[in-house]
Design a protein around this ligand. Structure first.
Ligand code: PGA
Length: 318
């Protein structure tokens, strides 16, 4: 498997320092409690989600964030009525770990078909939406229409829309703000191009994209951040677990400094870019990787299920 080796080590070690400061600040939250030992364990407990779903597994120990593991399948502009019906039936018959939020994102034209045939266990995301209420906007799809079909989420800021269609930060921010105002969850994608990584600008780009979301959105309650390095999307060049973790830590740290420690802890930061059945377990072990956004591998039912169930890599045997 090809791996992009450009490292961000210098800046990264600085950032892990910042992030340990963030963790310390979680501990500080309980400083007012007179029993500091008890308070430490209460704090740890609230950040390490207990799992009762699997015998022999005691706890999720590699979660820095407090949110539930989240896996999205982005089907992009793929599929036919027949292939989608087969994929839905594979997903319907699969056994999914209980402590994972699962979402699939079919092309618009198949949203209704999928909503009407897919198990309620899996929620539906659209791949785009308009910036406001519907009306005279030829070719666009409104948030109201997506909700009418039963969509719970929308993917925004995906690199294919940024770099192929030409959407900019402000336009994407507007869409996110409107979707959230109508209670449609947002999977907010960020990520750098290869040349930006090679020029040492990974954090600058991700923070700029994060700021555009932060400036626009009314709340982070219903928003999942997807870090998707553009050089890893659809290329087979997956980020190493260390490369992904490094950026996720930085993004969580950015949230802590620019929004709040609470939002930093509860916002899921998922990784996307050539995730597959073979690499998901190692990625999932990283403490700041709270799930995945999966393209190509989400078109194969069994492989997508393996990725969903990689949440078990976060657990230790009792
Ligand atoms: P990929 O796509 O898994 O095919 O690389 C990821 C994405 O675009 O969300």
């Amino acid at each position: 498997m090809a791996v992009v080796s450009t490292s961000l080590t210098g800046a990264g070690s600085q950032l892990s320092g910042h992030f340990s400061a963030l963790r310390k600040s979680f501990l500080k939250l309980d400083n007012s409690n007179s029993n500091s030992t008890q308070s430490f364990f209460q704090n740890v407990d609230s950040h390490l989600r207990l799992s009762s779903s699997r015998k022999g597994c005691r706890a999720v120990v590699t979660m820095a964030g407090s949110g539930k593991f989240f896996v999205g399948g982005n089907w992009k502009c793929n599929g036919t009525k027949d292939s989608i019906s087969k994929l839905v039936s594979d997903l319907n018959s699969a056994t999914l770990e209980s402590d994972v939020d699962v979402v699939v994102s079919p092309p618009f034209v198949y949203l209704d078909q999928v909503k009407n045939s897919l198990t309620e266990r899996i929620e539906i995301a659209a791949q785009n939406c308009w910036t406001g209420k519907g009306g005279a906007f030829t070719g666009e799809i409104s948030v109201e229409q997506l909700k009418d079909l039963g969509c719970k989420w929308v993917v925004l800021g995906h690199s294919e829309r940024r770099h192929i269609i030409g959407e900019n930060d402000e336009f994407i921010g507007k869409k996110a703000a409107y979707a959230l105002s109508q209670n449609l969850g947002v999977i907010a994608c960020i990520g750098e191009l290869l040349e930006e990584r090679e020029a040492g600008k990974t954090f600058d780009v991700c923070f700029r994209q994060m700021k555009a979301f932060a400036d626009a959105v009314p709340s982070w309650d219903n928003l999942v951040v997807a870090y998707e390095p553009v050089w890893a999307i659809g290329t087979g060049k997956v980020a190493t677990p260390e490369q992904a973790q490094e950026v996720h830590v930085a993004v969580r740290d950015w949230l802590s400094k620019n929004v709040s420690a609470e939002v930093a802890s509860k916002t899921r930061i998922i990784y996307g870019g050539s995730v597959n059945g073979g690499n998901c377990a190692e990625l999932a072990k990283k403490e700041d990787i709270d799930g995945f956004l999966v393209g190509g591998a989400s078109l194969k039912g069994a492989e997508f299920v393996t990725i969903i169930n990689s949440v078990t890599s976060k657990k230790v045997a009792a």
